[in-house]
Design a protein around this ligand. Structure first.
Ligand SMILES: *[C@@H]1O[C@H](CO)[C@@H](O)[C@H](O)[C@H]1NC(C)=O
Ligand SMILES: *[C@@H]1O[C@H](CO)[C@@H](O)[C@H](O)[C@H]1NC(C)=O
Ligand SMILES: *[C@@H]1O[C@H](CO)[C@@H](O)[C@H](O)[C@H]1NC(C)=O
Ligand SMILES: *[C@@H]1O[C@H](CO)[C@@H](O)[C@H](O)[C@H]1NC(C)=O
Ligand SMILES: *[C@@H]1O[C@H](CO)[C@@H](O)[C@H](O)[C@H]1NC(C)=O
Ligand SMILES: *[C@@H]1O[C@H](CO)[C@@H](O)[C@H](O)[C@H]1NC(C)=O
Ligand SMILES: *[C@@H]1O[C@H](CO)[C@@H](O)[C@H](O)[C@H]1NC(C)=O
Ligand SMILES: *[C@@H]1O[C@H](CO)[C@@H](O)[C@H](O)[C@H]1NC(C)=O
Ligand SMILES: *[C@@H]1O[C@H](CO)[C@@H](O)[C@H](O)[C@H]1NC(C)=O
Length: 654
């Protein structure tokens, strides 16, 4: 840059405007003047305005505008006047050569052009700076375009700026795909590859984002992949729909009689344009020899091809429960499974004499003797052994000889009989049936059946037989049916005495009471009221019908005609059956005895109880012999001992 070397001398001319002689000249100087010696040698003083001021040095010194003196600062400069001085600056785009902000012209400094482009990034990114005299401008570099304005532009004054070109989404290429990374700015390169199922044949596979913001279009060509005709395999049929692009499938099947010895049956057209390798091999079906099964015989004609048949049968001595015994050679070169399970078979179950099979399952049989026979010796089990032979039961059955002989009745209670001697120790079941009837009571019947087992030679069975009953008893040996019948006529038992309350009464017509038990023997029983006068030694025989001690029967009452409660009045002068109820004699003491008598045919049984003691109303004297009876209990019982011709009885004390 050129500077104008203009040197302007601005030396202040000291103008002597006034000289004051005889006075203090210096004191009259303007504040902006200086007092100096005169140059004339007179020794006088003179006031001179200071540098930059113009005036008379005394009354006035005014500022001089140096900038009015023309272009004193040089080109591209600006003059700045100051009070009493001035300075220079450079205009925009220029700078002083003294590298300071200001200068004065006479030191050789001038204004030269500033290279704004030196400052980095003055045009910001993408801008290219061009310096001109005192200025600069910006343009966008290739790959950048101006935004918000036009070129050239001044970044300080314009709002335009440069922005990198962006081509936007890359173009789409038929049957091709873009390979990342995908950058869309100027200069970016995008690679393409053929899509699946397509293959590159020619052309450039790149697209470039150009400075104009457009992508170059790749020249590549992608052709669809074709695998062609699939391979064929011997003995196989191909199941193919004619399509041979990528992903197309072909299935293979072996023809009849062949099977796939490989482990695949499908191949696929790969993206390399070839069919995938296939492990497929059709081999002729060959089942080889059928597998032997235990205890079987094989019936086979040696053919191992598809559909060949092998028959399994159990070998001799063996038998199968299942029937499935045919095996067929299948398409997988395998004989079909056979469920034949041959087990030892000894043939039909052996029979034993006089015995039958109780249980069997083919290999085991259990026997028992038929009816009328018994197991005498030996085992009752036949076992089919592993050699296919029966180990036959050794059991022997003998005829049963149970019998009922010499059937007798013991003590009207138990039966005893005898069976066959050789049956001793073999348990036998007997049925005892007994039927009891009573002539005096047609409604009575005692029919019972009792089953009973015994192994005794002389079996005894006791029965709970009713009294005074004619029984017909039949014993049957269950096994043999042998039977025997016997009669048993039970006897009369001692009848039970009624419930009486012993009392002592002072009356010749006392009423006595009793409470009786009801029994099935009532029709043949009576109560007899016996009046026994007290005199000397008391002797009374309950079983005797003869009078021993002057006693008499006052009344006889049929039991079955009586109620449960009975009131009997002694001495009422009435006839009871063949007996007369005579009044008691005054002044005498009596024992009143109640006798129960049961009679059937020739048999008779009785029992007695003291009912009361009756005493004459006006005889209060105690009889010494009665002292024994003073403390008799409410109910007494008898014991009897022989005394002379009669039975002696006495009442026991409690
Ligand atoms: C003298 O000059 C100065 C500047 O240097 C100025 O401020 C001042 O007013 C002047 N004095 C008079 C009296 O003019
Ligand atoms: C574009 O220019 C206008 C003025 O001309 C300014 O106001 C605006 O901010 C500028 N836009 C950008 C993005 O710089
Ligand atoms: C593809 O084109 C680009 C420019 O578009 C070039 O730089 C490149 O070398 C070309 N590649 C091939 C393989 O021709
Ligand atoms: C079947 O296979 C057996 C051996 O596994 C072989 O000996 C026989 O020859 C084969 N038969 C055929 C018809 O291929
Ligand atoms: C063997 O039997 C099959 C049927 O299972 C039959 O098809 C085949 O002809 C027979 N082969 C011979 C040699 O008899
Ligand atoms: C028969 O029964 C026996 C004993 O329970 C048993 O061991 C055997 O296996 C059975 N036999 C058959 C054919 O079921
Ligand atoms: C038992 O039978 C005999 C003879 O037939 C007969 O006299 C008697 O009255 C019968 N006894 C009973 C209680 O039926
Ligand atoms: C028992 O009574 C029956 C009539 O039921 C008679 O035939 C038989 O002789 C009597 N037996 C005895 C031992 O009295
Ligand atoms: C017996 O006599 C008592 C009292 O005297 C009386 O209550 C009862 O009813 C009588 N019984 C009968 C069966 O007459």
């Amino acid at each position: 840059m050129k500077g104008t070397a203009l040197v302007l001398l601005t030396a202040t001319v000291a103008v002597i405007t006034d000289v004051v002689v005889g006075t203090d000249v210096c004191a009259s100087c303007h504040p902006n003047a200086t007092c100096t010696d005169k140059m004339d040698g007179t020794g006088g003083k003179v006031c001179n305005c200071m540098y930059g001021f113009v005036g008379n040095g005394r009354t006035y010194c005014q500022d001089k505008d140096e900038c009015q003196l023309g272009r004193i600062c040089g080109e591209h400069s600006r003059c700045h006047n100051t009070y009493g001085s001035y300075f220079c600056t450079c205009v925009s785009g220029y700078s002083p050569t003294n590298n300071l902000a200001v200068f004065i012209p006479n030191d050789g400094t001038y204004c030269h052009d500033v290279d704004e482009c030196i400052v980095d990034g003055v045009c910001s990114e993408g801008g290219v700076c061009t310096n001109t005299d005192g200025e600069f401008y910006c343009k966008c570099r290739t790959g950048y375009t101006v935004q918000n304005g036009s070129e050239p532009f001044q970044p300080h004054t314009h709002s335009a700026y440069c922005e990198m070109v962006d081509c936007g989404p890359p173009p789409s290429v038929p049957h091709a795909v873009q390979i990342p990374p995908i950058v869309t700015r100027y200069g970016s390169v995008v690679q393409f590859a053929c899509a699946d199922g397509f293959t590159w044949t020619s052309g450039n596979v790149t697209a470039i984002c150009g400075p104009d913001g457009h992508w170059s279009f790749p020249s590549m060509h992608c052709k669809e992949v074709e695998c062609g005709v699939p391979p064929s395999f011997p003995h196989a049929i191909m199941l193919w729909n004619g399509v041979s692009n990528v992903g197309a499938e072909v299935r293979y099947q072996c023809v009849d009689g062949f099977y796939n010895a490989g482990h695949e049956d499908m191949c696929v057209c790969t993206s390399r344009g070839t069919w995938s390798l296939l492990h497929f091999l059709c081999q002729e079906v060959n089942c080889s020899e059928p597998r032997p099964l235990p205890h079987t015989q094989l019936v086979w004609n040696g053919s191992s091809t598809l559909g060949s048949v092998a028959l399994y049968e159990c070998e001799a001595g063996y038998r199968s429960v299942s029937t499935e015994s045919v095996s067929v050679c299948g398409s997988d070169s395998q004989w079909s499974a056979v469920q034949l399970h041959c087990e030892v078979y000894c043939g039909p179950i052996p029979m034993l004499q006089n015995a039958e099979v109780l249980w069997e399952n083919g290999t085991i049989a259990i026997y028992h003797c038929v009816k009328g026979y018994y197991r005498h010796t030996g085992s009752d089990i036949s076992v089919c052994d592993t050699t296919g032979r029966w180990r036959v039961a050794t059991m022997r059955c003998r005829e049963l000889k149970f019998s009922v002989q010499s059937l007798t009745v013991l003590n009207e209670k138990c039966l005893r009989w005898r069976t066959a001697a050789e049956m001793k120790g073999y348990k036998q079941q007997y049925a005892v049936v007994f039927i009891g009837v009573r002539d005096f009571d047609p409604s009575f019947s005692d029919q019972r059946r009792k089953v009973f087992s015994s192994s005794a030679l002389h079996p005894v069975v006791c029965l709970n037989l009713q009294p005074i009953t004619n029984y017909t008893i039949t014993v049957t040996a269950q096994e043999t049916g042998d039977t025997a019948t016997v009669t048993a006529n039970t006897s009369i038992p001692a009848p039970p005495t009624p419930e009486v309350r012993y009392s002592e009464v002072d009356s010749h017509r006392p009423t006595l009471r009793l409470r009786r038990a009801i029994s099935s023997l009532d029709p043949i029983c009576v109560y007899q009221v016996i009046v026994l006068p007290v005199a000397g030694v008391l002797v009374f025989d309950c079983g005797s019908s003869r009078s021993c001690g002057g006693e008499y029967v006052a009344a006889q009452l049929q039991l079955y005609k009586l109620g449960v409660e009975v009131n009997f009045t002694l001495g009422n002068r009435e006839q009871y059956g063949p007996f007369y109820n005579a009044p008691l004699e005054n002044g005498r003491d009596y024992y009143i005895i109640l006798r129960t008598v049961c009679t059937w045919g020739q048999a008779r049984k009785q029992s007695c109880v003291i009912w009361a003691k009756a005493r004459g109303a006006y005889y209060a004297t105690r009889i010494s012999a009665l002292a024994t009876f003073g403390s008799i209990g409410a109910l007494g019982f008898f014991s009897t001992t022989v005394y002379g011709c009669c039975w002696f009885w006495k009442v026991h004390r409690f």
